[in-house]
Design a protein around this ligand. Structure first.
Ligand SMILES: Nc1ncnc2c1ncn2[C@@H]1O[C@H](COP(=O)(O)OP(=O)(O)OP(=O)(O)O)[C@@H](O)[C@H]1O
Ligand SMILES: [Mg+2]
Length: 294
């Protein structure tokens, strides 16, 4: 039996309730004070790096010796045909694969200079630094306010200014104007696109460094999709965004870098998005992005 990502998220959040929140090994390393020039390409510092990263489910290999350096405060798109390991790669970044019994990881995933697979890293704390948004919007059956406050409460930040933080997160998620008058109504009563922005607000409320998104707009209509795309570009001013998408135009529109995985979990090419879409090095990549397969 395999667990869906939504189940993984809820099992994570369940367990985080009854665990104290020890400081992760990565804490304290993450507050670097790069001068933000307002130009995304100006900060090319690597925030996430996979080194010879392989993931197996039982004997089946889903990622094959991936090496990649993901820059801070940019949008990195992950594309490739179904089953090539995109979701597996994303989940390896914040150790969501830990929750899959059969999963086994080799190699390193370095976040801000620290291998997240080191023994002293607490995965629950790590997931607050590296938040995740899934394909299907999955608000909790709670009020809009409580959905966003959830991330703050589990990490013990419920120190009185929760309301302000809820407002800030909703504003950053470009949802505040639409819901300000109804913060106590259920998150489930929102439209699909609003629910997805609510999930983004929930992910950014604890002020993470990285937001992982696994096909966040694929269940949405074109208008809602375009709102999410605009939002992702804005989020990259403050956060490092890694997004899996099946939509080539979307990858080309919103990302700075693109990673192309092909069958067998191999990272075939990683480069500036313009280069990947205009003049890729590998014929297999060209065939994939021009729709010859996949
Ligand atoms: N929980 C799991 N248990 C066993 N095998 C899995 C599990 N999750 C993924 N796999 C296998 O690992 C491989 C990569 O899967 P993954 O979900 O990462 O692909 P993907 O690129 O995200 O595909 P899609 O585009 O369809 O979402 C596939 O062969 C898949 O069957
Ligand atoms: Mg997937």
């Amino acid at each position: 039996m395999t667990m869906s990502d939504e189940q993984l998220l809820s099992s994570d959040t369940e367990s985080s309730d009854d665990q104290p929140a020890p400081t992760p090994g990565t804490d304290g390393l993450t507050d670097s004070t790069d001068i933000d020039t307002g130009e995304r390409s100006a900060t090319e510092r690597t925030l996430l790096e996979a080194r010879d990263l392989s993931v197996y489910y039982g004997k089946e290999q889903a990622l094959d010796s991936v090496d990649i350096e993901i820059p801070e405060k940019q949008v990195t798109a992950v594309i490739g045909p179904s089953g090539c390991g995109k979701s597996t790669f994303l989940r390896s970044i914040n150790r969501m694969n830990d929750l899959v019994d059969a999963a086994h990881v080799d190699g390193e995933l370095v976040f801000d200079g620290k291998n997240v697979y080191d023994d002293d890293v607490d995965p629950v704390a790590l997931r607050r630094k590296i938040g995740m948004v899934f394909q299907k919007p999955n608000p909790f059956p709670k009020s809009i306010r409580d959905n966003v406050a959830y991330g703050l409460r589990v990490q013990g930040k419920d120190d009185g200014d929760v309301d302000e933080k809820v407002h800030t997160a909703l504003e950053r998620a470009a949802l505040l104007d639409e819901v300000e008058a109804q913060l106590d109504s259920s998150g489930l009563d929102l439209s699909g696109g609003q629910q997805q922005r609510l999930c983004i607000a929930r992910a950014i409320a604890p002020d993470p460094d990285v937001i992982l998104m696994d096909e966040p707009a694929s269940a949405l209509d074109p208008v809602a999709t375009s709102k999410i795309e605009d939002l992702i570009e804005e989020l990259a001013e403050e956060y490092t965004v890694v997004i899996v998408t099946h939509n080539m135009q979307q990858a080309a529109r919103i990302s700075d870098k693109t990673a192309v995985f092909l069958t067998g979990g191999e990272l075939v090419e990683f480069d500036d998005t313009d280069k990947i879409f205009e003049n890729p090095e590998h014929d297999r990549v060209e065939d994939y992005i021009t729709g010859k397969f996949g």
